[in-house]
Ligand binder design. Structure first.
Ligand code: 4NP
Length: 157
């Protein structure tokens, strides 16, 4: 089965678009044909581009997020994706509650794919400064590497 990953945060303008862009680039570099998307728990930013601060921080690392537009998680996602990876515990709880009994997706936190990190949650950078966006990208790059190592053989864990 094709690996299809949905990254989820609260607004789908900071953390999950960054994860979508970074992990897509990592997967392509690893020669993997993965389908990757992102969505938000909330609907406030529907249709919006990623936050300009995250666009800029990702661009400095060679990752282009400019084609992305925010959308909300929908029921179909639980059938379309093999993995739905949450940025924080709050996102994860909402996803677990929203998942239909027939959900085929494995719903997990994203950061535990990098067990060397001292945290399991990606902090929301929205109300902070530039350093917060850099920190988010550092965490995502590490977890993306761990995710690829874990799933590249097709195993689900
Ligand atoms: P994100 O950050 O969940 O990483 O996209 C946020 C962006 C916007 C809001 C909250 C979090 N907001 O409340 O508008």
């Amino acid at each position: 089965m094709t690996t299809r990953i949905l990254f989820v945060c609260l607004g789908n303008i900071c953390r999950s678009p960054a994860a979508e862009g970074v992990v897509r680039a990592q997967a392509e570099a690893a020669g993997l044909d993965w389908q990757i998307d992102s969505a938000g728990i909330g609907n406030w930013h529907r249709g919006a581009s990623p936050d300009p601060r995250m666009l800029a921080a990702a661009a400095r690392r060679g990752v282009d997020l400019s084609g992305q537009r925010a959308r909300q998680v929908r029921q179909q996602d639980f059938h379309s994706f093999s993995h739905i990876l949450a940025m924080d515990n709050s996102n994860s709880v909402v996803l677990q509650r929203a998942a239909p009994l027939t959900s085929l997706a494995e719903i997990r936190l994203f950061l535990p794919f990098a067990p060397e990190l001292s945290t399991t949650e990606v902090p929301d950078p929205y109300y902070g400064g530039t350093a917060g966006f850099e920190h988010v990208l550092d965490l995502i790059e590490a977890a993306g590497r761990g995710l690829i190592a874990a799933l590249r053989d097709g195993a689900r864990r």
